[in-house]
Design a protein around this ligand. Sequence first.
Ligand code: SAH
Ligand code: SF4
Ligand code: F3S
Length: 450
Amino acid sequence: MVTSGLEGLIPGGTFYLRTFGCQMNEHDSERIHGLLSAEGWHRVERPEDADVLIYNTCSVREKADSRLLGNLGVARRLKAAGRTRAVVVAGCLAQSRRDTFLAEQPVVDVLVGPQSLDELGRRLREFLLTGRPGTACAGGTGGWSATLPRIRRPGPTAWVQIMTGCTNFCAYCIVPYVRGAESSRPAEDIVAEVRSLVADGVREVTLLGQNVNAYGKEAGFGGREEFPDLLGALDDVAGLCRVRFMTSHPKDMSPRLIEALGRYASVCEHVHLPVQSGNNRVLAAMGRGYTREDYLHLVGELRRSVPSLTLTTDLIVAFPGETEAEFRETLSLVEACDFDAAFTFIYSPRPGTRAAVLPDRVDRQTAERRVNELIALVQGQAAEKNRRLVGATLEVLVEGRNANGQGWGRTRGFKLVNFSGTAAAGERAMVEIGGATSAGLTGRRVPHGR
Ligand code: SAH
Ligand code: SF4
Ligand code: F3S
């Protein structure tokens, strides 16, 4: 077990933990929770009840940075009132601003990067003992948060980290700078973790990595397995019904992987495949490593292998120099792909990335008009795709009850379903779909075998 060695000097107290950013960060927070609990700390729900405030941060767009700054206002007030004893900023923003943040934000006492979460407990106690602010922001690879204890949110679904880092260096993206180089976790460790989750009642796992398709491919990885082999190994785990994974990069979506998606019964019929843009000049400037035509071809192959595929994506508008005609090509690609959903972003310059110094920034007004046009298209498409499911009977893994007392869960295709009829969390209910919006489906539970 990880311990800081300072428990005798500084007893634990209460901590508040707030998470921003992607699923990887949510998962890291489960590790922070587990680590601090093992070291004698107790989590509370409200900042005003906590001795220590911890923010696990994101830095992927400017908006993510400003959300933290808003929260630091609360921290400042609670510290001035003598309630809060320490403020910890963990995660990607801590890493990206490691050299200046403590000086810029005197309310912050400890900075811990995503590759150094194992040091959080010790740094916190050191601060409480000495009053000296501390920074733990290692670079490079390693820093496997997956080896720390974890307290996961209850329920039949769980995240499992299979890789750290990213080595793609897309021109706009800060992630490779804050999460280090790609490094894969041995398959036997992953399978062992999944087995213990299943023993704990989990029925669905989501494999996490910035680029899961590149699992096992980095030089120096001791394992022999690549991503399709890992999916095969997990398909053999008794009691595990569903496997999802996030995120796939189009350039690493191999024919072997496409075939594996169709072959293994546990692998869900859903791929999140960020395309970013539909224009070849923009894709090249982003450094994505595929063309519009490559992407369209890939989508065709995926649909051939998995006919009922749910396909979702990420899109960026207003990358530097994006012309109106280039933006229209993103719209036409979206039309051609028939996505089930898409995350849409306005390009946000991130200091230190290649794109941040490109000329020809698109003005704010144009960027907003483009993103609104794109959102309207995506939502219309999503609603239409969901409408086509009305009348179908789909398997829903029940996750709980909503505020109206109805059951809710997701289909294998990742559609959110609210339904009438009794069901317990962890059950797989068959639901006849009666209604659809762009956000999800509604229906009623029907007996199995219909
Ligand atoms: N590793 C994943 C997720 C990266 S971050 C992947 O490659 O798909 C999630 C999404 O945020 C990206 O897919 C991209 O669409 C968006 N994004 C990343 N950096 C951005 C930036 N600087 N401005 C706007 N959107 C960005
Ligand atoms: Fe960022 Fe590209 Fe890596 Fe995704 S693949 S995390 S967008 S650099
Ligand atoms: Fe944000 Fe870091 Fe995730 S920058 S999107 S929390 S990898």
